[in-house]
Design a protein around this ligand. Structure first.
Ligand code: PXP
Length: 242
């Protein structure tokens, strides 16, 4: 039996639906409360530079009004750094951001961007915010993250989720999780996870947390958000043997 995995529920797409009509329904804060009641351990929200889903006001309300830890996903920019320092979420996950992408497509180049990332990582850390870097499951990115002194890495599971089987993506996740843990990093993972593919990832013993969004919000259309979160929680626990 392996330690229980935390489930971070990403509620960005509640805001996507709200923004389709410009009003205040459905409300991301209400979604966060529902997710908490159904077994989420944390809430994740990405304040994108173009504000296509979450807004600055959403982040401020989430920090103020929810009881679970908030993980703010953010690009490594001065603007986002200032917002994080103002709101003081529990954690900040630095992600790469390209305006034209539909979602976060690749991992952060922790190896190539050491000098850009270092001051941002330090400022967040000094403010007591737990910093993670969203990286591809590659040894050189894991090692670069360790050199940057972050406490956490989040491994990008998108390639695993969309794999055609020609590359052993699960093996890459396992190896990177082992390497990261051996360097003293806490290991998270996320992107593209669903009921169908979460099991093998959840079974990787070094993982401490999964962050899951789009599938859960989509499933909520059919079963409700509480039922979707509870079923994901059940599948994660089953894969973990707890
Ligand atoms: N982790 C990170 C760093 C992400 O950027 C995202 C997408 O916002 C997720 C997890 C969740 O991915 P998905 O919405 O595909 O479950």
């Amino acid at each position: 039996m392996t330690a229980r995995l935390r489930l971070g529920v990403n509620i960005d797409h509640v805001a996507t639906i709200r923004n389709a009509r410009g009003g205040d329904h459905p409300c991301p804060v209400r979604a966060a409360h529902l997710a908490a009641a159904a077994g989420a351990d944390g809430i994740t929200a990405h304040l994108r530079e173009d504000r296509r889903h979450m807004t600055d006001a959403d982040i401020a309300r989430l920090v103020r009004e929810i009881d679970l830890p908030l993980n703010l996903e953010m690009a490594a920019t001065d603007e986002m750094l200032a917002i994080a320092l103002r709101n003081r979420p529990h954690a900040a996950c630095i992600v790469p951001e390209r305006r034209a992408e539909r979602t976060t497509e690749g991992g952060l180049d922790a190896a190539g961007q050491h000098n850009t990332l270092k001051p941002i990582v330090s400022r967040l850390g000094d403010a007591g915010i737990r910093v993670s870097l969203f990286i591809a499951p590659e040894a050189r990115q894991v090692e670069a993250a360790a050199r940057l002194g972050v406490p956490v890495v989040e491994l990008h599971t998108g390639p695993y989720a969309h794999s055609d089987g020609s590359v052993d993506e699960l093996g890459r996740l396992r190896e990177s999780a082992t390497r990261a843990a051996s360097l003293g990093l806490e290991v998270h993972a996320g992107h593209g996870l669903s009921f169908a593919n979460v099991g093998p990832v959840a079974a990787i013993p070094q993982l401490a947390e999964l962050n899951i969004g789009h599938f859960l919000i989509g499933e909520a259309v059919f079963t409700g958000l509480g039922a979707a979160v509870a079923e994901m929680r059940r599948r994660m626990d089953e894969a973990r043997g707890c």
